[in-house]
Design a binder for this molecule. Sequence first.
Ligand code: FNR
Length: 195
Amino acid sequence: MTIHNVGLIVGSISSTSINRRLARALIALAPQTDLLLTEIPIRDLPIYSADHDAAIPEEAAEFKRAIVDYDAIIVVTPEYNRSVPGVLKNALDTASRPWGDNSFADKPSAVIGTSMGAIGTAVAQQQLRGILSFLASPVLPQPEAYVQSYDDLFTDDGQVTDSRTREFLISWLTAAHAHFDKTLRPVHGFTLTQS
Ligand code: FNR
């Protein structure tokens, strides 16, 4: 099986983030599915302004390069007020510009997230799918991954304390791998290119 290097964007900068704990669990489980996950940090990105288009700030340029360089992107999102957190939207806007230099173009992606709420970030993820689709990123359609958290479901060092959740995450990563394979595979001798 092809090993894919995948960039991981975590949509929370909270020091106690449950989504960061989920991200650590995914990083720990991913090698079982031949994926290597590496975080692409968003904490230090400047707030996007169209003024940056003429002279892209170095942190933004580095972030855009990282997205292009990885085979695929996984986004782990919290849900803030039934949407994606502002820091994540800022990162997506930064990646999308300047016009004609959208770093997500043709880049396969998958979305996941966790909250204590019963619907486990479902609304935020639907909005995130809409944004990624608009950015021409083929998003893993199924399975959806709405993870309801509770205290100690994920430990700080990436352990998943519930075996059914651990098995689900492995099956989700396996589906993500298959989606990345399918999207990246050459079609009739051609590969998808960045536009
Ligand atoms: C929340 N939370 C929340 N949870 C949810 O399921 N749906 C929601 O719409 C919201 N809205 C919301 C807004 C704001 C401003 C905050 C700070 C929180 C609760 C949220 O799921 C919880 O704080 C998680 O811990 C956030 O994820 P991270 O940052 O810990 O990864």
